[in-house]
Ligand binder design. Structure first.
Ligand SMILES: Nc1nc2c(ncn2[C@@H]2O[C@H](COP(=O)(O)OP(=O)(O)OP(=O)(O)O)[C@@H](O)[C@H]2O)c(=O)[nH]1
Ligand SMILES: [Mg+2]
Length: 255
């Protein structure tokens, strides 16, 4: 058994690699900008972004001025986001390790996935914990649609709750539906314009970082498509008459 006392110094500075995934435009870059703005005073941070064809997300974050520009690195995946964060993580892992070496000791590296559909999740070989980001503008029923990120990411964010009245969504209900679909895993209704929700997000990150440092946090693979039901009891009447675990292989899980 390793000697815990000699390991403790490096363990306490162990970098938390935190992934942020979710459909296009749900606010992943904005959430990362918010975390950098709020936490970079207390934590040493870096960001890796993933875009298929561009470095748009990295440029957005650099122009937001939330971190020194050299701490924001773009990976141009050239393939669908799912591939780069799950199936062949080499480019991302290289980028994360380079940042950790260059800016050692880093407390937190945020990795933004390219926007994808509901099935993209990070490999636990790349990140230690992951946030899956939905927004109210995608519709109040999205949280009930299932998928590995919605079901089993470490935190599900229902973003842009300030927009809920404009898109006829009951944000509280959407958060409650999400909580139900997640067997008690964390769900947060978030808005950039609501400081209380931003504070909750920051607290969640601090808690995970502490658990990671103490060895209590074990990276989880959200895995294949979550079990979900669209049987006749489906209250919204768009049932497909089945109730089983979808088991899409990762390489077939994207569109
Ligand atoms: N009203 C409101 N708008 C938000 C909020 N968060 C993000 N947005 C807006 O949502 C739009 C998309 O935000 P991004 O952060 O670029 O979303 P993204 O998920 O990174 O997008 P992709 O990387 O293209 O998938 C931008 O116009 C943001 O200003 C929020 O809390 N409230
Ligand atoms: Mg983005």
């Amino acid at each position: 058994m390793p000697d815990q006392s000699t390991a403790s110094e490096s363990e306490t500075r162990r970098t938390l690699r935190l992934g942020v995934a979710g459909p296009v435009g749900t606010g992943k870059s904005s959430l990362i900008a918010t975390l950098c703005r709020e936490l970079s005073g207390e934590l040493s941070m870096a960001v890796v972004t993933n875009d298929i064809y561009t470095d748009e997300d990295a440029r957005f974050l650099r122009s937001a001025g939330v971190l020194p520009t050299e701490r924001i690195h773009a990976v141009e995946t050239g393939a669908c986001p799912h591939t780069a964060i799950r199936d062949d993580i080499t480019a991302n892992l290289d980028a994360v390790e380079d940042m950790e070496e260059e800016f050692a000791p880093l407390d937190l590296v945020l990795v933004e996935s390219g926007g994808d559909n509901l099935t993209a999740t990070f490999s636990p070989a790349l990140i230690d914990a992951q946030i899956f980001c939905l927004d109210v503008a995608g519709g109040g029923d999205v949280a009930r649609k299932g998928g590995p990120g919605i079901g089993r990411a470490d935190l599900l964010v229902v973003n842009k709750v300030d927009l809920a009245p404009y898109v006829n969504v009951d944000a509280e209900r959407m958060v409650a539906d999400a909580a139900k679909a997640r067997d008690g895993r964390a769900v947060l209704g978030l808005s950039q314009h609501d400081p209380a929700s931003v504070a909750q997000l920051c607290d969640w990150v601090r808690t995970v970082l502490n658990a990671h440092r103490s060895g209590e946090h074990i990276p989880q693979d959200p895995g294949p498509m979550a079990p979900h039901s669209h049987g006749p009891e489906d209250e919204h009447g768009h049932g497909h008459g089945h109730d089983h675990e979808h088991d899409h292989a990762p390489e077939h899980a994207h569109t």
